[in-house]
Design a protein around this ligand. Structure first.
Ligand code: PDD
Length: 280
């Protein structure tokens, strides 16, 4: 694989970042994951805008312009021959050559790293045909989940809890209400109405969420943005999640409770279809 690090395209074995980098020592870093279908970037603009917002919220300098970022994405897709897959981008506050809680001075350049992940079958996914099983866990993450930081230890532990329970993913609950999945936004459908949590600092403002809610409205589907409990979701006709890495993923079981007939619901399937059609 050819990867990108701080202005250079290199074989992955030759790419290097300092051990003092604040991304490594302090999780002082933000990221984006953009999907590639048919060799084309999906919603690059949305991801670029959210990256800028994450950087601004953390008072971190942008490593390059949006145009340069697009160029790097395109070049990596081409160099690695990606037809279907993901591009991971991370920007860190860089390194002043030591470990300090105080941010380094402004002349320290941010670190920027990008790499591709080749994923044939991302669109025509067996996992999506089957649907996902989720468990619910407490949400103990920090309070600024709208900033896409690399603090992914708890989401990672949540995935392991799900895996150990024989499920695929976990939905997180705070103050009695579902926030989101470990790496996706969460929805349920009851009597034809799609329900999802409204945007706030409590959840990531999903790029796929925005696109899917627009498509749902265009398809005359009813959408309500409000807080919801896991019990409501368990009593739903169907449920699903959205993310750049899995698009629309039907959910067929929550905490061992089967939804509907235990297969992907019609609305989730339809939205996945519309999303992929529009993207391809
Ligand atoms: N995760 N919520 C969380 C906590 C996420 O980590 C993500 C994305 C989403 C969905 O956002 P989007 O539609 O913009 O991908 C919601 C990425 C894919 C990841 O961590 O791999």
């Amino acid at each position: 694989r050819t990867v990108y690090v701080n202005g250079q395209y290199l074989p992955e074995t030759e790419a290097k970042v300092s051990i003092f980098d604040r991304g490594f020592l302090m999780a002082d870093a933000v990221y984006e994951v953009t999907s590639v279908l048919d060799g084309k970037l999906i919603d690059f603009e949305g991801h670029a805008v959210r990256l800028k917002r994450s950087l601004d919220e953390l008072d971190m300098a942008a490593p390059c312009s949006k145009e340069e970022l697009l160029e790097i994405h395109r070049k990596l897709v081409e160099l690695n021959g990606i037809e279907e897959g993901l591009i991971y981008l991370q920007v860190t506050r860089g390194s002043d050559g030591d470990r300090n809680f105080v941010f380094p001075s402004d002349d320290i350049r941010p670190t920027i790293v990008l790499f591709t992940q080749n994923k044939p079958g991302l669109a025509d996914s067996p996992a999506a045909r089957k649907g996902a099983k989720v468990i619910s866990i407490e949400d103990i993450r920090w309070g600024r989940r709208d900033i896409k930081t690399v603090q992914l230890l708890y989401p990672s532990m949540g995935k392991m809890m799900a895996k150990n329970a024989g499920a695929d993913d976990a939905w997180m609950i705070e103050d009695g209400y579902v926030t989101e999945g470990t790496s996706n936004n969460a929805y349920f459908v009851k009597s034809g109405k799609i329900v999802t949590r409204p945007l706030s600092t409590d959840i990531l403002h999903g790029i796929t969420r925005k696109a899917v809610l627009r498509m749902a409205a265009e398809a005359q589907m009813e959408v309500e943005e409000r807080l919801f409990t896991i019990d409501e979701a368990k009593e739903a006709d169907e449920a699903f999640t959205t993310s750049a890495s899995a698009f629309v993923m039907p959910v067929v079981e929550i905490d061992g409770v089967q939804l509907g007939d235990g297969t992907p619901g019609p609305i989730a399937k339809r939205l996945r279809e519309i999303y992929l059609d529009e993207s391809l």
